[in-house]
Design a binder for this molecule. Structure first.
Ligand SMILES: NC(=O)c1ccc[n+]([C@@H]2O[C@H](COP(=O)([O-])OP(=O)(O)OC[C@H]3O[C@@H](n4cnc5c(N)ncnc54)[C@H](OP(=O)(O)O)[C@@H]3O)[C@@H](O)[C@H]2O)c1
Length: 270
């Protein structure tokens, strides 16, 4: 697959300053796609932008945007301008509170919902419309195994990731006929600075066999045309993992799609 032909000329990586986000940026840039890099901290973004330009001869834009802000999309639109975006990677999304629900402020949880839900929806609506019009493009939503069920310490985080999973599956069903690929890349424990910080804060040792960000990014780009779900480390139809089997979920979506089309017609309400 020629990534640049399918997803160029510009990619937007939200949460690009380190870890899986910067690994995605490196691999996308290596394919010759120009990169728009977003995160809160400006210095690592500027350093990465310069490195990618130097190493791969691509154009880069780096901008500090807080994805928890309610006006993040307006800020992003101002950064992107008229550039033609063929790839949107929504990577920012880990829980940095590491507390139970009632032990962090409401503001912290609302910020997480804004970042992981509201602004993902806003960005997908804006950039997805342009991709559908051009009949090409790709969207990767970086998710977490926490999406498959709630648990203590992760009430809001797992709920936002469950939203993203269902949202991405629906987008896949709707956009696939228009040449736009959508993938929920569901990660397990991954060796990122944010995850190491969480381990340090909670006094846990670094577990063995963490996924490497560069492997995560490579697999994400490889699986993008085969959405809607890839579970890190699992086969497409992993025996014994039926509720999260990517193949079973794909089959379910296509079956439900037939029912909804029977109710709403091919194009829905006008
Ligand atoms: N690491 C794991 O073990 C693991 C496991 C399962 C799923 N995941 C998923 O993988 C993705 C990456 O996780 P991660 O461990 O690298 O942690 P992360 O905290 O999501 O950090 C990733 C990037 O997002 C940026 N970011 C975080 N909050 C932001 C905000 N409010 N506005 C703008 N940028 C923001 C960070 O840079 P700044 O700090 O500069 O803003 C960083 O560049 C997440 O979606 C997470 O849910 C990770």
């Amino acid at each position: 697959m020629n990534l640049n032909e399918r997803y160029g000329p510009w990619a937007l990586i939200a949460g690009a300053s380190e870890g899986t986000g910067s690994a995605f940026a490196r691999q996308v840039a290596a394919a010759g796609i120009n990169c728009i890099l977003l995160a809160r901290r400006d210095a690592p973004l500027q350093a990465l932008a310069q490195e990618l330009g130097r190493e791969f001869g691509i154009e880069t834009v780096a901008a500090s945007v807080d994805l928890s802000a309610t006006d993040a999309l307006e800020q992003i639109q101002a950064v992107v301008g008229e550039r033609e975006l063929g790839l949107f990677i929504s990577n920012a999304g880990a829980d940095s509170t590491n507390t139970r629900f009632l032990d962090s402020s409401l503001d912290a949880w609302v910020g997480q919902v804004n970042r992981n839900v509201m602004n993902v929806v806003r960005c997908c609506h804006h950039f997805g419309s342009q991709m559908r019009e051009r009949k090409r493009g790709g969207i990767i939503l970086v998710g977490s195994g926490a999406c498959y069920g709630g648990s203590s310490f992760m009430a809001v985080y797992s709920a936002t990731k469950a939203f993203d999973l269902n949202f991405g599956e629906g987008l896949w069903a709707e956009l696939q006929p228009h040449g736009v690929d959508v993938l929920n890349l569901i990660l397990g424990q991954t060796d990122t600075p944010a995850f190491r910080e969480t381990l340090a804060k909670t006094g846990q040792p670094v577990p063995p066999n963490l996924a490497r960000p560069e492997d995560v990014a490579r697999v994400g780009l490889e699986r993008l045309p085969h959405g809607p779900v890839h579970n890190w480390g699992l086969a497409d139809d992993e025996a014994g993992y039926l509720p999260m089997s990517a193949a079973a979920r794909r089959g379910r979506i296509l079956a439900i799609d037939q029912v909804t089309k029977a109710i709403f017609g091919e194009d829905g309400a006008k």
